[in-house]
Write a protein that binds this ligand. Structure first.
Ligand code: SAH
Length: 245
């Protein structure tokens, strides 16, 4: 089942890290656990990157965004702020109460606590941005129909989505170039994560990394088309999704 809920501060490690960094210009360790990988960390300062510090795929998405823009899972508001500075109209949403508070403090004019998949969330947007492995919030490939149905509801007829993701294939590549992937198992980009910041431990959640070919397949199965806008330097890419013409 896709997650349609919101995050309150007691259950929101990333939101607390973002709030600390906004207040003190530093934060503790934002730890990331997964049953599939070793423990990792998200450098909190990266969540506050300026346009200059952004990877090329994100810069490209910002340049391409036009009209009424929705920044989904906006975090600290780094993309929304850059778009506002460029004189564009942007609406930011995030499930994290703390992140939305930080966005207001940082000057994001339209920032709302909302879950993309909540039926009550509606609107009509010319550009929808899903950045920093934006496919993540889809959670699992089985949620693709729900995701595309939602997009159909909130995209203007000629609108499009810019979403970035990575193909995790490189994690399963053997030295001879073959892939050690169990094809009878679940899709190799379906990852479970859990985060911790100080003593705040979040619930475990599903996060989807998807290769472009699979994304194109699900898009066309659900009345959309996917185009490859740009490839990044490490198995990552920016895709454009639009309603099939
Ligand atoms: N886009 C930001 C933050 C990425 S982290 C950046 O590039 O820095 C992903 C963000 O998505 C988190 O802030 C999380 O709270 C938010 N999020 C997760 N699921 C969501 C959903 N279903 N609807 C809206 N926001 C969501």
């Amino acid at each position: 089942m896709i997650n349609k809920g919101l995050l309150t501060p007691e259950k929101d490690p990333m939101g607390n890290a973002i709030a600390d960094y906004a207040r003190h210009h530093k934060a503790g360790r934002l730890r990331v656990f997964s049953s599939q990988f070793d423990e990792d960390e998200i450098p909190v300062r990266k969540l506050f990157r300026t346009e200059k510090q952004m990877p090329p795929l994100e810069k490209r998405a910002l340049q391409l965004a036009t009209g009424k823009i929705l920044d989904v899972g906006a975090g600290s508001g780094c993309h929304s702020l850059a778009l506002q500075e460029a004189g564009k109209e942007v609406h930011a949403i995030d499930i994290s109460q703390l992140s939305v508070k930080v966005m207001h403090l940082r000057g994001v004019v339209h920032a709302t606590q909302a879950n993309l998949f909540d039926e009550r969330f509606c609107g009509s947007y010319d550009t929808i941005l899903m950045l920093m492995n934006g496919s993540g919030i889809i959670g699992k490939t089985e949620n693709m129909p729900v995701f595309f149905r939602k997009l159909k509801q909130i995209l203007a007829p000629t609108g499009c989505v810019y979403m970035d993701s990575s193909d995790l294939r490189y994690l399963f590549e053997e030295e001879d170039g073959s892939l050690a992937i169990d094809l009878s198992g679940s899709y190799y980009g379906e990852i479970d994560f859990q985060m911790q910041y100080k003593d705040i431990l979040g619930d475990s959640f599903d996060w989807l990394y998807i290769d472009f070919q699979s994304l194109s397949y699900y898009a066309s199965e659900n009345g959309f088309q996917a185009e490859l806008v740009q490839e990044g330097c490490h198995y990552d890419y920016l895709a454009r999704l639009s309603i099939k013409s």
